[in-house]
Design a protein around this ligand. Structure first.
Ligand SMILES: Nc1ncnc2c1ncn2[C@@H]1O[C@H](COP(=O)(O)OP(=O)(O)OP(=O)(O)O)[C@@H](O)[C@H]1O
Ligand SMILES: [Mg+2]
Ligand SMILES: [Zn+2]
Length: 457
């Protein structure tokens, strides 16, 4: 038998590039302090000739004859926000990676999934972090009786794989990949080689047994899943649980999905009874909106396939000395400056001596350009102390010429606006031409440029 030859290498945890000595910056991805020590086994692989001479063949089948029905193969988790993010439910045999800050609620969500599915499916939960009794305590708190949930505390990947092959569970949860250990790899758990090896072993076994696999991954200081990027390539779906302690809600987002769109988000509330889905985010975001306050403007964005109403606030004060301050929470700072320049140049408001602060209520990060008009009107309202009517919603992209441009999904937005009881909208004229005004019980004002919108206030 070949003698084990161990070698120390240095691997970038961000991109997986290998180095022979440590260095501060990765040459390949230019990240700093991402290179960590790792040990690999360089003993020769069992005879190549034997592999070449083996008689194994690939079995091909006709694509047309493959039996696959998307709706039948999906397992509904009964958490509709999660099902939507997954693209309609869990796909059998899929590997799903869930990342998130400590305390985001990854273990809670997965235990709740197990609780929802355990009556109809064979569910197993393996934790490398918590003892069986700790998991039981959480289950008690969440009101899960756990009669059909198999749980175990284990970090040995080979042992887990053998058990999967015997049990063939429909759903398997691995909490967390960083604690898993593959005994044929010499580096410590959590290292790049370990994580990569454990992930592929687990995925291969799960695919063979048609087991849907959830893997929890810790995140590094930048919020990306810690470990090699290759891990994200080999799984089918990568989900991120966003939201810190200061936010009242958590957002689940797919950054990769082989079986669905990555635009969808799921919104959840964290309560002592566990994770509760927020089915009406607009209502929650508009809760507590003041009446007749200047500087406040409601707009409508589209997250995935869902319209969400949210409030944009601005505050303008005289600059006491030096250069004026501009601050934006929830929208892009550069975009804010651009919109302020449009307001100054195209609408003739002098704001060179004003501090301007923008805040998106509820802590959402808005990236859509459809919020432009609402930002401008909110600043206008703050500057002039003219209140924007409480029953008005505004959306539209603004160009550098001060023109108001068309946005997508005007009909979806208008339906949501109407549903929440608003009665007036200011939207791009082009969008008005694309819809049938009679479909909505709203006063619809179409505008071509920023000045027209300002005159309507
Ligand atoms: N007794 C409790 N009552 C209410 N909320 C609780 C209670 N215990 C824990 N929580 C909440 O549950 C959350 C922890 O969830 P969970 O353990 O699922 O997180 P996690 O993402 O798995 O974290 P980690 O990465 O550390 O494992 C915490 O944010 C906390 O607010
Ligand atoms: Mg956990
Ligand atoms: Zn790198």
């Amino acid at each position: 038998m070949a003698k084990e030859k161990l070698k120390t290498i240095y691997v970038c945890t961000n991109c997986g590039e290998v180095y022979h000595r440590w260095q501060g910056q990765c040459n390949s991805c230019k990240e700093w302090n991402t290179i960590t020590e790792d040990v690999i086994d360089t003993s020769p692989v069992s005879s190549k000739a034997a592999a070449r001479n083996s008689s194994s063949r690939v079995s091909f089948s006709q694509l047309s004859e493959v039996d696959a029905d998307d709706t039948r193969n999906r397992i509904k988790t009964k958490i509709s926000e999660l099902d939507r993010v997954l693209g309609g439910g869990i796909v059998r045999g899929a590997g799903m990676l869930i990342g998130g800050e400590p305390g985001a609620g990854k273990s809670t969500l997965l235990l709740q999934i197990c609780g929802n599915l355990c009556h109809d499916w064979h569910v197993a939960y393996v934790s490398g972090e918590e003892s069986v009794s700790q998991i039981k305590l959480r289950a008690n708190r969440l009101g899960i009786d756990g009669r059909n949930i198999a749980i175990a505390t284990e970090t040995d990947v080979y042992a887990i794989c053998r058990s999967i092959e015997e049990m063939k569970p429909d759903i398997l949860v691995i909490d967390s990949i960083q604690t898993m250990n593959c005994s044929t790899v010499n580096s410590s758990p959590g290292s790049v080689t370990q994580v990569r090896e454990c992930t592929s072993l687990l995925l291969n076994t799960a695919k063979k047994c048609d087991t849907a696999l959830f893997i929890v991954g810790h995140v590094n200081k930048d919020g990306a899943i810690a470990g090699p990027k290759v891990m994200e390539h080999i799984v089918d779906t990568v989900l991120y649980f966003e939201g810190d302690k200061t936010l009242p809600y958590r957002i689940l987002r797919a950054s990769k999905n082989r079986y669905g769109s990555t635009n969808e988000i799921g919104m959840f509330d964290m309560s002592s009874k566990g994770i509760v889905e927020i089915l009406n985010p607009s209502m929650m975001l508009l809760e507590g909106k003041g009446n007749n306050v200047s500087g406040s403007c409601v707009t409508c964005i589209i997250e995935g396939s869902r319209p969400i109403l949210t409030e944009i606030q601005s505050l303008t004060t005289k600059t006491s000395f030096g250069t004026p301050r501009r601050a934006a929470a929830g929208i892009d700072y550069t975009r804010l400056n651009l919109l302020l320049a449009v307001l100054e140049k195209r609408a003739g408001f002098f704001i060179g001596n004003m501090d301007i602060y923008i805040n998106v209520v509820g802590g959402l990060e808005l990236e859509e350009t459809s919020i432009d008009l609402a930002v401008i009107l909110s600043v206008f309202s703050g500057l002039t102390d003219k209140c924007i009517p409480d029953d008005l919603v505004v959306f539209g992209e603004v160009g550098l010429g001060g023109e108001v441009r068309n946005v997508t999904n005007a009909d979806l937005r208008l339906k949501e606006i109407q549903r929440l009881g608003f009665s007036k909208v200011i939207i791009p004229s082009r969008s008005v031409r694309q819809i049938d005004k009679n479909d909505y019980n709203l006063e619809i004002y179409g505008v071509d440029n920023v000045m027209q919108a300002i005159h309507l206030i």
